[in-house]
Write a protein that binds this ligand. Structure first.
Ligand code: CTP
Length: 420
């Protein structure tokens, strides 16, 4: 634990992303007409950067908003715009397009295009391809994009509900400023959000139906109104675990100390500052949880009495001395519950990793400790982990934190009781 005046947790504006999460995936990206077509260019880039191959199909309306040239350049593939396109030898683009595809993503999905899809109409290439896709192995995802009144209209709501009932996954919409100047629901999700949603869609649902509680980041223990005790934890590992658990189908609550990280999609976040606040929020949620992952770097001590006013220097005045009291051990408290969730602790050490991890396994009475070398991970995007449990040790070699989080989620899922 480090005492600091003005040091802030290592910040990151970037969500943790693994470079090759869509490697080997072939995505048909369909654009229907709407101003959100401008975001499709960025979306193609994001999908390609994540390793996917992207085949763009555009409706005639979409071509009024963005050119096929732009999308061909970014996807490195000729774009399809017409059902009469004769480039395919059998002249059946509407069939061929989806036979190798892992998914069709319609982004933007206009109100009119969805109205057409739910009736099984197929009077141009994109709706034809949606109808002709092998429904069992080529899922349909749609990202609505429209004015808030159009989105709220009962006809649109009915149509999207029907589309979902037919098996499609609806991504968004987002809320906020709209191109028309109005504010409300109906914005298409941003390119990075759609990429993350697609990545999540393909994750095995290893924690479906499970409730997962995660603590993350440092805590901040005030000394006076402007100073405090904290540490260098960035929260990245905990946020990556929350995201990986949500992507694996869990219902996730993330209790976060002071960090500057975006909340992963679909995760319920509770912000706290001090160890006592984190303890109270965690103990309130723990009894209803199936899994508890304690990644937070909880400050071990707090100042016994916090000064109400800023402590001032003055000539001749002694350097202040602080009496410290120990903070509650959150992990040990959860593990002591009558029916504890499956508890996973982290051990950030500077030396003798396994010895200390094993000692924590016993002292905190938890079934799994994840050990890492603290100074080599704080604030970084990658890490190396050693899983320590009663049966032995297992290395998870150095990788980005999201990759490690997905591996850890799989390890946890494998250790959960099958029923119950
Ligand atoms: N932990 C906790 N509450 C605390 C201290 C730690 O829940 N007050 C959790 C951490 O989130 C982590 C694990 O316990 O999962 C180990 O934390 P660590 O700080 O490494 O262990 P300590 O028990 O504080 O032991 P030490 O600092 O002496 O290594």
């Amino acid at each position: 634990m480090a005492a600091v005046d003005n040091r802030r947790p290592v910040a990151s504006s970037e969500p943790t992303t693994s470079a090759s999460e869509l490697a080997g995936r072939h995505i048909v990206l369909g654009l229907s007409g709407g101003i959100a077509c401008y975001k499709a260019a960025e979306l193609v880039r994001e999908l390609v950067k994540a390793g996917a191959t992207v085949q763009v199909v555009m409706t005639e309306a979409a071509e009024h908003f963005i050119t096929a040239v732009t999308l061909q350049a970014l996807s490195n593939r000729p774009v399809f715009t017409s059902q009469w396109d004769a480039r395919d030898h059998n002249n059946m683009a509407h069939i061929n397009l989806t036979r190798e595809a892992d998914a069709i993503l319609i982004a933007p999905a206009s109100a009119d295009f969805i109205a057409k899809l739910i009736h099984g109409r197929a009077d141009e290439l994109l709706s034809l391809a949606c109808l002709a896709r092998p429904i069992e192995r080529c899922p349909l995802l749609v990202a609505p994009a429209m004015n808030r009144e159009m989105w709220a209209h009962p006809a649109t709501q009915r149509n999207f509900a029907q589309l979902a009932a037919d098996g499609a996954t609806v991504l968004g919409p987002g809320s906020g400023d709209q191109a028309c100047g109005e504010i409300g629901d109906g914005r298409m999700l941003e390119a990075a959000e759609l990429r993350d949603a697609l990545v999540a869609f393909f994750q095995p649902k290893l924690l479906a139906g499970k409730r997962v509680l995660v603590t993350a980041g440092p805590t901040f223990e005030p000394i006076d109104p402007v100073r405090g005790l904290t540490n260098r934890s960035s929260g990245k590992m905990g946020f990556a675990i929350a995201r990986a658990a949500a992507d694996a189908g869990a219902d996730v609550t993330l209790i976060a100390g002071p960090v500057h990280l975006p909340t992963p999609r679909g995760v319920k976040r509770v912000d706290v500052t001090t160890a006592v606040e984190m303890h109270d929020a965690t103990l309130a949620a723990a009894p209803a949880s199936d899994v508890f992952v304690a990644t937070a770097a909880v400050a071990d001590w707090r100042v016994a009495s916090v000064a109400e006013a800023k402590i001032k220097k003055a000539a001749g005045r002694a350097v202040p001395a602080f009496e410290l009291v120990e903070n509650p051990d959150i992990l040990a408290a959860v593990a002591r519950l009558a029916k504890p969730p499956f508890c996973v602790g982290f051990a950030a050490e500077s030396n003798d990793l396994i010895v200390h991890a094993r000692e924590k396994l016993v002292r905190k009475n938890v079934p799994l400790i994840v050990a890492n070398l603290g100074p080599q991970t704080f604030g970084r995007d990658d890490n190396a982990l050693t899983l320590v449990d009663a049966s032995g040790e297992r290395e998870l070699p150095r990788a980005d934190k999201l990759t490690l989080a997905r591996q850890l989620v799989a390890e946890i899922a494998a250790r959960l009781p099958r029923h119950g």
